[in-house]
Design a protein around this ligand. Structure first.
Ligand SMILES: C[S@@+](CC[C@H](N)C(=O)[O-])C[C@H]1O[C@@H](n2cnc3c(N)ncnc32)[C@H](O)[C@@H]1O
Length: 202
């Protein structure tokens, strides 16, 4: 296992959230990727964060741990069952319910209801086919200097394989290309976990 993954350790609450994700057959961020989420939230003194794809709360806990103590995590998921588990995990981790805004629904239905320029960080970890629409929404929702992070930049190891032409890989490639070529972002790929495409809004 890469050192970046063993460097980041998880406490019992995160271990429980991870075990519950496995039980539900859900992927979740690796410890290394989680530690990057905390780092970026802390570096930007993030107070208002949007997460697309709550899952069982693994990435949410890592984000909350980097955010300001008065910060609010708005987290969106289409599955009530996942969010029921995540709500319990956030409580077990000691976060007051006022620190999380858990919204049920499809990302593309919920994002238009969120305010322009109001967010410090947006983490996208849901449906690959909606990456482009989510990154477009992120440009509207982030303040200048805010950070977008898209999980899965490695496309399960296929991103650099020219023979890989499946829909997911093509979609991730298109998202990476659009962000890299845009004047509106300062991008980097962070190779932790499934690969984090990170970009700061100019
Ligand atoms: C990979 S899991 C999220 C894992 C979580 N970020 C973590 O690391 O702990 C993806 C989640 O996205 C949700 N999801 C899938 N498509 C969605 C959509 N269109 N809108 C909102 N949530 C969606 C799934 O129900 C699932 O809980």
């Amino acid at each position: 296992m890469p050192f970046a993954e063993t460097f980041a350790t998880e406490d019992p609450v995160l271990q429980t959230a991870r075990a519950l994700a496995h039980e539900l057959g859900l992927p979740c961020v690796s410890p290394g990727a989680g530690s990057v989420l905390s780092l970026l939230a802390a570096a930007g003194r993030a107070k208002a964060v949007v997460e697309i794809g709550t899952g069982t709360g693994v990435s949410g806990i890592w984000l909350l741990r980097g955010m300001r103590p008065d910060g609010v995590l708005t987290t969106i998921d289409v599955e009530h069952e996942h969010q029921r588990v995540a709500r319990r995990i956030f409580q077990e981790a000691g976060y007051a319910s006022s620190r999380t805004r858990i919204i049920s629904g499809r990302a593309l239905s919920v994002l238009p209801r969120l305010s322009d320029g109001a967010y410090d960080l947006i983490f996208v970890d849901a449906d690959t086919t909606e990456f482009a629409a989510c990154t477009e929404a992120a440009l509207r929702l982030l303040r200048p200097g805010g950070v977008l992070i898209v999980n899965g930049a490695h496309a399960n190891g296929r991103i650099s394989d020219p023979a890989a032409r499946d829909v997911d890989t093509l979609t991730v490639r298109a998202t990476v290309k659009a962000i890299r070529e845009s004047e509106e972002w300062i991008p980097a790929v962070i190779p932790s976990g499934a690969g984090l495409l990170a970009a700061v809004k100019r």
